[in-house]
Design a protein around this ligand. Structure first.
Ligand SMILES: [Fe+2]
Length: 383
C-alpha cells in the first residue's frame, strides 16, 4: 500500500442554512475584522448581504472585496492585497466558487508572507504564519475549501500556478447547500463535471492511497447519482447537498492524491481559448479514462461497483469503457460541448497544446505515463 500522511486541517460545518453560523464561527477563531473575498455575481444573489449581517451581528467588522475573476490572476490577488493592507483583517472569508476561494488564498499568501505569487508556486514555500480563513462555497465544484492549494494564473503568461501550503488550508469549510440553489444552470453543469472529474481522476493516480480512495469513492457515489438530477430539478435541495458534499470530498481526495492527465490536457485549452475549466476537463476525461483503462481497467470496475445501489451508473464489468460512456452521456445531458473543436481549437494547435500539457504538474500523477506524443493523441481523440 502507498504510504500517506493525513491530517484533516479544516473543520467541516455542513447543513442547510448554516451560512447563518458564519459570525459565530468567525468569533470562534478570535476575529474582530474580516476581509470577505467574493465576486460581483454573488452580491446580486443576496449571499454577501447575509454573510455580512451574520458577521456584523457577532461584532465582526467586514470589508467586502468583490473584484475576483473567473480564473483568478495575479492582478486580482494584488488588488485584494492592497485592500487587506488598508483594513488589517484578522480573518479571510472566501465566499463563492473556486475562483473566489482561490483568490482569497492567494491574498492570504501575499498579505502574510510578502513577495509575489510565483514565489509560492509548488508546495510549502510560505515561511510566516497565515491568516485563518473560512471558505463558503456557493458551487458544487472545485473542492477548494478542503485544499491547501490556490490556483492563480499569471496575468501576463496565463500560466496557471498551483501554490500549496498547509498553512493556506482553511480553518473552516462552511457548506450550506442552500447557497448552491442560485447557481445558473451552466455553472451547475461545468462545476459539477469538474467535481466528477476530481472523483474519477483522484481514484486512479499514482499517489492513490487508502485515505484518498475513501474520499474519491464517496465523492463518486454522491456525484454520479445527483448530477443529472440537479440539472433536471435545480431546486432539489437533497441533490444539491449531495453535489456540494461530493465536491468537497473530491477536494479532499485531490489534497491526498493529486490529479491526472485530464487536468493536464484541460489547462492549456483554458489558457489559450478561455474555455471554462470544468468544460475543458469534461471533454478530455472520457478519453483519458479509456487510455488509463488499458492498464488499470480493474480500478474503474471497483469505482462503478461503489455506485451500484442507485442503478444509474453502468454495470461494474463495463469498467473504463462504462465510466467513459457515462461521462460522455453526462456532458450531453448538461448540454456541454463534447469536443475541443466546439471550443474553437484547431488541429494545427495540437502539437503546441500537447507540449504545454506535458509540462503540467498533474501529468506526472497520471497512472499511465504520458509523454507529449500521448497527450497529442488524446487531443486528437478529443478534437
Ligand atoms: Fe478541476
Amino acid at each position: 500500500m502507498t504510504p500517506f500522511d493525513f491530517q484533516l486541517r479544516t473543520r467541516i460545518v455542513f447543513g442547510a442554512g448554516s451560512l447563518n453560523r458564519l459570525g459565530e464561527l468567525a468569533v470562534g477563531l478570535g476575529a474582530r475584522r474580516a476581509l470577505l473575498v467574493t465576486d460581483r455575481g454573488l452580491i446580486g444573489a443576496g449571499h454577501v448581504d447575509r454573510a455580512v449581517k451574520s458577521l456584523g451581528d457577532q461584532g465582526v467588522s467586514v470589508t467586502v472585496f468583490a473584484e475576483t475573476g473567473e480564473n483568478p490572476t495575479t492582478e486580482h490577488v494584488a488588488a485584494g492585497v492592497s485592500v487587506a493592507r488598508q483594513v488589517s483583517p484578522e480573518l479571510l472569508v472566501g465566499l463563492g466558487g473556486g475562483s473566489s476561494l482561490d483568490c482569497a488564498k492567494g491574498i492570504n499568501f501575499i498579505y502574510t508572507n510578502g513577495g509575489e505569487m510565483k514565489d509560492y508556486w509548488g508546495v510549502g514555500k510560505a515561511t510566516q504564519p497565515m491568516l485563518p480563513m473560512i471558505a463558503v462555497p456557493t458551487t458544487g465544484g472545485t473542492g477548494s475549501e478542503l485544499q491547501s492549494f490556490a490556483l492563480i494564473s499569471d496575468a501576463q503568461t496565463h500560466m496557471k500556478m498551483a501554490c500549496g501550503d498547509r498553512k493556506a488550508s482553511c480553518a473552516v469549510a462552511l457548506l450550506d447547500p442552500e447557497l448552491t440553489l442560485t447557481q445558473p444552470r451552466r455553472v451547475t453543469a461545468v462545476t459539477g463535471i469538474d467535481a466528477i472529474s476530481h472523483a474519477v481522476e483522484t481514484y486512479v493516480t499514482r499517489k492513490r492511497n487508502p485515505v484518498s480512495l475513501h474520499y474519491s469513492r464517496e465523492a463518486w457515489r454522491l456525484l454520479s447519482r445527483s448530477y443529472a438530477r440537479v440539472l433536471e430539478a435545480p431546486d432539489d435541495l437533497e441533490a444539491r447537498a449531495a453535489m456540494q458534499l461530493g465536491a468537497a470530498f473530491a477536494g479532499l481526495a485531490i489534497e491526498n492524491s493529486m490529479l491526472g492527465a485530464a487536468h493536464s490536457l484541460a489547462n492549456p485549452v483554458t489558457a489559450s481559448r478561455g474555455t471554462i475549466h470544468g468544460q475543458a476537463v469534461g471533454i478530455a476525461l472520457p478519453h483519458v479514462v479509456r487510455f488509463n483503462g488499458a492498464v488499470h481497467n480493474e480500478w474503474y470496475v471497483e469505482l462503478l461497483a461503489s455506485s451500484q445501489l442507485d442503478g444509474l451508473t453502468p454495470p461494474p464489468e463495463s469498467g473504463a469503457e462504462g465510466v467513459a460512456e457515462f461521462l460522455g452521456r453526462m456532458l450531453r445531458v448538461a448540454g456541454l460541448a463534447t469536443s475541443y473543436r466546439e471550443c474553437g481549437v484547431g488541429a494545427e494547435e495540437l502539437p503546441e497544446l500537447a507540449r504545454q500539457a506535458a509540462a503540467q504538474w498533474t501529468a506526472q500523477f497520471n497512472p499511465r505515463e504520458v509523454q507529449a506524443s500521448d497527450l497529442e493523441r488524446l487531443y486528437e481523440q478529443a478534437l
